[in-house]
Write a protein that binds this ligand. Structure first.
Ligand code: CP
Length: 312
């Protein structure tokens, strides 16, 4: 199977088959990651650029490690240290990177749609590493991969996503992806942080965390994104935590073997208590590990488009 597009811009426009194809390839990449020698020749001669206009630890580092494990030439540009700070446009920056023969550009940008604009203007494949409040497709792919590793499938699973749904590109990508693979997704958070009409995407909306957690197989907390919020969407962080924070007592509403997830970075004691973050149901570290495997699979599949063999 061949991915339809040269770019990975979001899960909204991806088919269930494409998502499953990526996740199947990531399984093989996970075996490579667990080997003593992680180095593979799959991206020899390819050049991968990370172009980040916002901070990142997990996404940027995992793409850089994925590129290096697969023998690509990898380089990073951050907006503050590039000619962006001299007024260069995104399209001109993209064309400059393209002109150096780059195969894949991975972009994180505060504006929704920036990766789509870049993709239209460069020959390289573009991967969206998070655009504003729109999508974070590689995070959702690694989240789905992690759930499938534990539960076998997403079909019929009850997944509760808790918190700042309105500003969350992670929530949006997960809702598109998880519902396509057959999960029942519910969301809960302060009513000011639930987007109007979100039910149309096939999710259930609850006003309390307790209702959303009942019989959940997976509970995903989201970071409170103070940097994207106007003041007044909820009274205080303390009150947010009082009503929507996940602690051991609230976790009892979910199934006994429910998985606890969070894309990171976690505000300990706000979205999740430290006991939950470090508890036996938490998959937060495994999500990070799987992020490398999923990003290896994406780089592999995108750089092999057009060649006769597209599956590892
Ligand atoms: N989950 C996530 O995108 O983390 P970073 O901001 O550290 O990349």
């Amino acid at each position: 199977m061949v991915l339809k597009s040269k770019d990975i811009l979001g899960l909204k426009d991806m088919t269930a088959e494409e998502i499953e194809h990526i996740l199947n390839n990531a399984k093989t990449m996970k075996y490579i990651l667990q080997a003593n020698n992680k180095k593979t020749p799959h991206l020899t001669g390819k050049s991968i650029i990370t172009l980040f206009y916002e901070n990142s630890t997990r996404t940027r580092l995992s793409f850089e490690l994925a590129s290096k494990y697969m023998s690509a030439s990898a380089a990073n540009i951050s907006a503050s240290s590039s000619s962006v700070s001299k007024g260069e446009t995104l399209i001109d920056t993209g064309r400059t990177i393209d002109a150096m023969g780059s195969d894949v550009i991975i972009i994180r940008h505060p504006m929704s749609g920036a990766p789509h604009l870049l993709a239209k203007n460069v020959k390289a494949s573009v991967i969206n590493a998070g655009d504003g409040m729109n999508e974070h497709p590689t995070q959702a792919l690694l989240d789905m991969f992690t759930i499938i590793e534990k539960k076998g499938s997403l079909k019929g699973l009850k997944i509760a996503i808790i918190g700042d749904i309105f500003h969350s590109r992670v929530a949006r990508s997960n809702i598109w992806g998880m519902t396509k693979l057959g999960a029942e997704v519910s969301v809960a958070g302060p009513s000011t942080l639930i987007p109007k009409g979100i039910e149309k995407t096939g999710v259930k909306v609850f006003n309390t965390i307790q209702e959303a957690l009942i019989d959940a197989d997976v509970v995903m907390g989201l970071r409170i994104q103070l940097e994207r919020q106007k003041k007044g969407l909820f009274p205080t962080v303390r009150e947010y935590s009082k009503f929507f924070g996940l602690d051991d007592k609230r976790l009892l509403f979910a199934k006994e073997d429910a998985l606890v997830m969070h894309p990171g970075p976690v505000n300990r004691g706000v979205e999740l208590t430290s006991a939950v973050v470090d508890g036996k149901q938490s998959l937060i570290d495994e999500q990070v590990t799987n992020g490398v495997a999923v990003r290896m699979a994406l780089l592999y599949l995108l750089t092999r488009r057009g060649s006769s063999e597209n599956t590892y």
